[in-house]
Design a protein around this ligand. Structure first.
Ligand code: GAL
Length: 328
């Protein structure tokens, strides 16, 4: 028994040490386990990144197997380089807020900073086990990594809303992207002044989820996945000169046979450096039978005057100062 125990301990220590070494090397390794400062696996699935006062905050679904099964959790991590992430805390540990019943759902949390009110506002997809509620929930905190207090849930613009995405434009205006099945498409909706609700900006008639947006050069690029649940599919993108359109037809982000390298879009993150602007494709490689073990596929996109291409995942690093990336 003693030898077994020692073997397990050695293995656990080795895994943690490898994780730390990988992070310390400043290299992002798509699809490989990603560890926090304690050597624990990062739990920030379907996540979003909020940049605030020189620090990146990564919020996402915390699927730790030892979590209370009755509650849903959002974890918050911070980083100055997008590679080494410090676990801050579980900023949301929510009990069923709307009598949703067993296996209720809280997915794809995103946090916005409201400079006017000084509040941090979290949106997430809220649902019952059958995905029939189709609402967003809103929770608020006075600190970015404080405890978020549940405020309410609603259907944005009165429409069914499932997967959500987050976008903040260069002028600071904040948007919610949400998929609406009955209307066979998704909405881009600007947050109202207090961020407690949304107003219609644009509807894109394409039945896509995992919606993400970026403003790059003179164009807006929207990315989404087809609706195949946890299973990956070839993600697609379209562009427009303004959020209100007109939007081009959707095109493949990668060769369709690559099946998006097993991943589904969650966010597009723009890093503007002194030499280059890099757009990072952030995606989830879901493992539905063990969601905690789902991986993250982050890759710099190849962008060129209206086209966007997801290259095959490889280890890479980013020079945050210059915005340049290196494939390893
Ligand atoms: C995916 C969606 C995930 C989750 C899953 C459930 O399409 O993007 O967030 O809702 O379906 O099947």
């Amino acid at each position: 028994m003693h030898t077994r125990y020692l073997q397990w301990m050695t293995l656990a220590i080795l895994i943690c040490a490898t994780g730390r070494l990988l992070a310390a090397s400043g290299v992002i390794r798509p699809g490989e386990p990603w560890f926090d400062q304690h050597g624990a696996r990062i739990q920030a699935h379907g996540g979003g990144i909020t940049f605030w006062k020189g620090t990146y905050y990564w919020f996402g679904e915390d699927r730790t197997p030892t979590n209370d099964l009755e509650k849903r959790y959002v974890a918050c991590y911070s980083s100055r380089d997008l590679v080494r992430w410090k676990f801050k805390r579980q900023v949301l540990a929510l009990a069923d807020p709307e009598h949703l019943g067993p296996r209720w759902v809280l997915e794809r949390p995103k946090v916005y900073v409201n400079e006017r009110t000084g509040k941090f506002v979290m949106y997430a997809h809220l649902d019952d086990a059958h995905y029939k509620l189709a609402r967003v929930m809103v929770a608020v905190s006075d600190r970015i990594d404080g405890t978020y207090a549940y405020v309410k849930s609603f259907r944005p613009l009165g429409e069914e809303s499932r997967d959500i995405g987050q976008f903040v434009d260069d002028d600071g205006s904040a948007y919610l992207i949400f998929e609406s099945r009955p209307t066979k498409g998704f909405f881009i909706a600007r947050l109202t002044g207090d961020f407690m609700s949304v107003e219609r900006t644009c509807f894109i008639a394409a039945p896509l989820e995992g919606g993400a947006l970026v403003h790059y050069g003179n164009l807006y690029y929207v990315v989404g996945s087809h609706m195949t649940g946890w299973r990956p599919n070839p993600n697609v993108y379209a562009t427009a000169p303004a959020l209100t359109g007109p939007w081009t037809k959707f095109r493949n982000l990668a060769p369709p046979e690559a099946n998006n390298y097993g991943s589904q879009s969650t966010m597009l993150l723009k890093v503007t450096g002194t030499k280059k602007t890099t757009v990072i494709f952030m995606a989830d490689e879901w493992r539905p039978r063990a969601l905690w073990d789902s991986r993250y596929l982050w890759m710099p996109l190849e962008m060129d005057d209206g086209s966007m291409h997801l290259p095959p995942p490889q280890p890479w690093s980013l020079n945050l100062k210059t915005g340049e990336t290196t494939i390893h």
